[in-house]
Design a protein around this ligand. Structure first.
Ligand SMILES: Cc1ncc(COP(=O)(O)O)c(C=O)c1O
Length: 376
């Protein structure tokens, strides 16, 4: 038996997505910037993909810029805001993905911005009063707060925070990489300026994502070169990636309620069985609370063992793929900057199990049997 419980790291490509990508690789090789028929045909596919994404998210096509993934989209939102919108103060948390955190820290080190960290509780939930004070005391702040944390599943209320940021004339960026394709985002009403996505988190291809840029903002190119992506990102387009992303998002939206129900049942079962059968476990962030957390993530503290670094290895040997922190940076139990901010015993080994549409209750039961043997 081989089980994949690492869907927050990446998800398998849906065969239907592969089917729409294959002809773009095999047959339609024209350069979308070429004005002849070979090029025009491909250009049409890009614009159809953009239209599909914009329709699903209820924004305009001009607000969607395709990127190479979540990291680039986060970089574009942050760096362009500082460069083009005259932002000098940014607010974030210490548990953001490194795509956000390292970018903001670099800008602060170079003296381009002042960086403030909003207070959080031991589950990573943002202190709204502290956020309001920071906004009040610093005119036109850029706020970057992730919709759902990729390691511990803690979420923010996009509407409440977006409205607060608007009240103080700030700019609001939310890294939605872990929620696009898992929740509906209605950008016709959401008070956000930037959100980001990576197709491989919702059964699409790797190396493709997008940035939503609210039309009220006018930005210069992030990558200079040709005029591709409406001049925001020069370079010949990753056409098969864009086409795959749009199909993956369409599929994700078409099955969203059933998928959510199925995954929530898997997570609930996992929580129940762990609580019953492994004494001394606890959950990180809000991930143990179905109501308050990202339904695809469960982050568990296990009882102390002699070799905590061996836990993931033992699970792997028994056919279970999961991770100890964020697989984007390590894939191992070593030094998660997110867990370091949580209210927990730092000596307890933590494992992130993250679920996708293919996971089953039987896989949970098998995993519990393996864990029982490890901790008996
Ligand atoms: C919350 C979050 N933001 C950004 C990223 C980076 O996305 P990508 O690896 O597609 O650049 C990830 C990847 O895991 C993520 O989980």
């Amino acid at each position: 038996m081989r089980i994949y419980f690492d869907n927050a790291a990446t998800t398998p490509l849906d065969p239907q997505v592969f089917e729409v990508m294959a002809p773009m690789l095999r047959d339609h090789f024209g350069n979308p910037s070429s004005t002849h028929e070979h090029g025009r045909k491909v250009k049409v596919q890009i614009e159809l993909a953009r239209k599909k994404v914009a329709q699903l998210l209820r924004c305009t096509t001009g607000e969607i810029v395709f990127t190479s993934g979540g990291t680039e989209a986060d970089n574009m939102a942050i760096r362009n805001s500082v460069e083009d919108l005259g932002i000098t103060h940014c607010i974030t948390t210490k548990i953001e993905h490194h795509a956000v955190l390292h970018t903001l820290e670099e800008l602060a080190e170079k003296g381009k911005i002042k960086l403030s960290f909003v207070k959080m509780n031991g589950q990573g939930e943002v202190d709204l009063k502290d956020l309001e004070e920071l906004l009040q005391n610093n005119a036109r702040s850029f706020v970057s707060l992730m919709h759902a944390n990729n390691e511990v599943g803690t979420m923010i209320d996009l509407v409440a925070i977006g409205n607060l940021v608007r009240k103080y004339d700030g700019i609001f960026h939310s890294d939605t990489v872990q929620t696009i394709g898992h929740f509906e985002h209605d950008l016709s009403v959401l008070p956000v300026d930037f959100i980001t996505a990576a197709a491989h988190k919702f059964n699409g291809p790797k190396g493709t994502g997008f940035l939503y840029i609210n039309k009220r903002l006018k930005l210069h190119p992030f990558i200079t070169g040709g005029g591709q992506e409406r001049s925001m990102r020069g370079g010949t387009e990753n056409v098969y990636g864009m086409v795959g992303l749009a199909k993956a998002l369409e599929l994700a939206y078409s099955i969203m309620p059933e998928k959510r129900k199925k995954i929530e049942a898997v997570k609930q079962h996992f929580i129940q069985r762990l609580t019953q059968e492994i004494p001394g476990i606890s959950f990180n962030g809000t991930s143990g609370d179905l109501e308050k957390s990202l339904y695809t993530v469960l982050n568990v503290n296990f009882p102390k063992v002699d070799r905590p670094d061996m836990l993931l290895f033992q699970l792997d040997l028994n056919g279970i793929s999961c991770s100890g922190g964020s697989a984007c940076s390590s894939g191992a139990t070593k030094g998660s900057h997110v867990l370091a901010e949580m209210d927990r015993d730092m000596d307890a080994p933590a494992v992130r199990f993250s679920f996708g549409k293919h996971n089953t209750l039987e896989e949970v039961d098998y995993t519990i049997e393996v864990l029982k043997k490890i901790f008996e």
